[in-house]
Design a protein around this ligand. Structure first.
Ligand SMILES: [Zn+2]
Ligand SMILES: [Zn+2]
Length: 336
């Protein structure tokens, strides 16, 4: 789910991310991902004695990945981006959340709330699941738009220009890309929450642990930070059709054409199943991370990551307008 930062001081908001359970950078989520990485190492080292010889640290933090120029760019961008936009995103979430109020107002205008006579536990259970599904659908839809709309793809390229995956690649996201994700998920979640409140009344509450919807908290706890890493952790069979595993997302970053525009989901893989964008991870695949092998190098500076998408989007828009203007010209009939 999109990150929400509450402090108005950028430095405090940055530091607070690691202590805030509602933020994906909460220290516990990072630590559990690290622990799961250790377990994966134990399994893989049993089958590959070479791994055992190299040791756990080398397995978890390979030098060629963590000192790659793409990873170094991730670190710089993460720091600058979080400091610059922490406060702005908090405001954006507040604006988007008003969708609950708008839809609630519209529903009340249609008639009185039926306040269905269901037990409180059922109302909370249904609200918790529907809200998580709605927020997640909003993220899937935003991601789909970012891949399918050429101008938006220019902004999403910042994320896909990573040539290696480290947990900080999750923060290698252009602010407009982040904003679209926040708005889409907040609107979808807001609409569903308004409907739940209308039908269940005050019992329409979200069951949370760590101040977070329980489903999202579990998702963050089960190796969220491995999705941007070299550690292969797939969910197979039915689990891989329900949830997006770290391996699903690693394939999403692959340069291979068969993986393009696949596995767009965030928490649930059901949207990818429903809309034909799922690429199952039933067997291990070796992937090269990036886009086309040439464009990635353009995005290794923080300035390029912020500004290049605007330049490229403008160029695309100009080509599009020129082609529209060209097709609108009425050509004179050929001379006889
Ligand atoms: Zn993508
Ligand atoms: Zn990614």
């Amino acid at each position: 789910m999109p990150e929400i930062m509450t402090s108005t001081n950028p430095a405090l908001a940055f530091a607070g991310m690691f202590q805030d359970p509602t933020n994906r950078w909460f220290a516990l989520y990072v630590a559990v991902s690290l622990a799961i990485g250790c377990i994966v190492f134990a399994f893989e080292a049993r089958q590959d004695p070479r791994l055992e010889q190299e040791g756990l640290l080398r397995y978890l933090f390979p030098k060629e990945i963590y000192t790659h120029r793409s990873a170094l760019a991730d670190y710089r961008f993460f720091l600058v981006n979080k400091l610059l936009f922490a406060v702005a995103f908090g405001a954006l979430v507040a604006v988007s959340s008003s969708s609950v109020e708008v839809v609630s107002f519209a529903l009340r205008a249609l008639g009185p709330s039926p306040e269905l006579p269901v037990p409180r536990a059922v109302a909370i259970f249904v609200t918790t699941i529907l809200w998580a599904l709605a927020m997640d659908f909003g993220l899937w839809f935003a991601h789909w738009l970012l891949h399918k709309v050429p101008i938006l793809w220019e902004f999403h390229k910042v994320h896909h220009s990573a040539e290696v995956l480290t947990p900080l690649t999750a923060g290698r996201v252009h602010p407009l890309d982040d904003a679209l994700n926040i708005v889409c998920s907040a609107i979808c979640g807001g609409v569903v929450l308004a409907f739940c409140r209308f039908f269940f009344g005050p019992h329409a509450q979200i069951f949370g642990v760590l101040q977070l919807n329980i489903l999202v908290a579990i998702f963050y706890l089960f190796g969220f930070h491995l999705r941007h890493s070299h550690i292969w952790l797939p969910y197979k069979g039915i689990w891989g059709k329900l949830f997006v595993s770290p391996a699903h997302h690693q394939l999403h970053h692959s340069v291979a054409e068969r993986h393009w525009d696949k596995n767009l989901g965030f928490v649930f893989a059901i949207w990818d199943c429903l809309f034909g964008t799922l690429y199952a991870v039933d067997r291990r695949e070796t992937i090269q991370v990036g886009m086309n092998g040439t464009e990635e190098a353009e995005y290794h500076s923080v300035r390029a990551m912020y500004l290049l998408p605007f330049v490229k989007a403008w160029r695309r828009a100009k080509v599009h307008w020129n082609s529209l203007a060209g097709s609108a010209i009425v050509h004179p009939p050929p001379a006889e």
